[in-house]
Every structure is written in C-alpha cells, then in structure tokens.
Design a protein around this ligand. Sequence first.
Ligand SMILES: [Zn+2]
Length: 70
Amino acid sequence: MTATLHVCRYCDGLITDPGNAVRIAYEDGMSGPGRIVWAHREHAHLVKPDPRPLALLARIRARRAAHPGT
Ligand SMILES: [Zn+2]
C-alpha cells in the first residue's frame, strides 16, 4: 500500500500523517485536472487564499463606488 503524501501549502513540509492533512482549496490545473491544496491541520487557518484576484475586485468596486456611473 502506498500512502499519498501531500505538501503543506503554508510550510512546504510533507504531511506524513493523513489524519493531520486538511484540504484547504482546489486549484484548477493549467492543463488537465486540478489539484487539491493541502495543509497541516495546525497550519490550515494560516494559509490565505491568493489575494490578487480579491484585491483587484476590491479596487474595481472601490472605483465604482467613488465614481458612480462610470
Ligand atoms: Zn505545515
């Protein structure tokens, strides 16, 4: 039996204990299927989602709010 090892998104460490692995996100693959992003249980709450799309969205919303009708 081969255990599937996952890498923690937060600390880049191997998660050797499956009971300590937490699925935190799912990323679409560039080609082919996407992959599940894992983290140690104690690190799961420390991993932030990629902030770039959210920041962009926030900027667009702020501009719309400041200049209604544009
Ligand atoms: Zn970790």
